[in-house]
Design a protein around this ligand. Sequence first.
Ligand SMILES: Cc1cc2nc3c(=O)[nH]c(=O)nc-3n(C[C@H](O)[C@H](O)[C@H](O)COP(=O)(O)O)c2cc1C
Length: 397
Amino acid sequence: MLAGKRILLIVGGGIAAYKALELVRLLKKAGATVSPVLTRAGGEFVTPLSLTALAGEKLHQDLFDLGDEAEMGHIQLSRAADLVVVAPATADLMAKMASGRADDLASTLLLATDKRVLLAPAMNVRMWTHPATQRNLATLRGDGVLTVGPDEGEMACGEYGPGRMAEPGAIFAAIEAALGGGPLAGRHVLVTSGPTHEPIDPVRYIANRSSGAQGTALAAALRDLGARVTFVTGPAVVPAPAGVAVVRVETAAEMLAAVLATLPADAAVMAAAVADWRVANTAGQKMKKDGSGRAPALEFAENPDILATVAKGAPRPRLVVGFAAETTDVLAHAKAKRLRKGCDWMVANDVSPGTGIMGGTENAVTLITEAGAETWPRMTKDAVARQLAARIAEALA
Ligand SMILES: Cc1cc2nc3c(=O)[nH]c(=O)nc-3n(C[C@H](O)[C@H](O)[C@H](O)COP(=O)(O)O)c2cc1C
């Protein structure tokens, strides 16, 4: 699938630059052409000779290379590619990209390109979790930049945590997905995410603590496997991922309408925390204290059951996955819910306050299918998403 594709590979100045050499080898083996670009700092970690010899192509290093400007200028170089890949994407390169700097060949190419850009970030855990880097990441994702990794693990600097560059095989898979390949290519997947807000009056609403982190991670993981993703989201804290079609809703009723408008889909992953009830007697004006000390009496009406409607309706996605956020008897409730709602899989998690799962970055889930229950170890929501997306790809194969 990569045969005949041209990848512009920018290698930044991080220890993980050595892994870029293996990535070049994988891409070449798959028949892609790799145009390597090495930053000045990148040249401190791998030699120009290794990169150009493995790529079998001219290496570009200097913006002010007059020969290059005569033969192939920086604009042309940035446009000739099918995809621009930055591996390793250092904190510095990400900062330059996020602020639109163009003070060397790599940053100028990244600003001038009209092609999709895939970053494989790699840096020390503190650099990665620093608010500045996270701010830059959010900006870049908002600009439609794709990312793969970083992984969590032991780092060259001896610290442990997220920041290690994704392995060359994973970057290769992300490149395939970005170019329209991947096991979910041609599949349409619906993902719901976030909380719903149910109005009480024009200024107040009932909400829940869902941040949208798990649904967002799932949408990104499914996208990375090549799926066309429609992401129907309530007012979440976590920004929606790039590269998916985003439909924003507030209430459960709006979410149901958006979901039905999205079908048909090959799979539906319903990770939204939909309110069970809405206020039936919403006030048209802001409710005021009347001095009597009496609290207003709210009446509730049951919301539509979006999961059951999709699982039992038509056109039914081939695979319907529900989420069960429980605080007691998690497994028993989730198993019963799978049958009651008519969905294929139920992802159960314990969202009791002590678990830190609701609104946190980690999740501990049990996947319930017709075959039984599988409890996965506690891991990041990104890791849960990647594992679940891989299972969905298997099921739709
Ligand atoms: C030994 C060493 C290892 C480094 N590793 C990383 C790294 O993994 N990630 C990173 O963002 N910066 C790393 N840096 C810092 C970058 O090299 C530095 O910010 C540089 O300006 C980045 O240049 P670039 O924009 O060309 O990538 C490292 C520096 C040294 C001296």
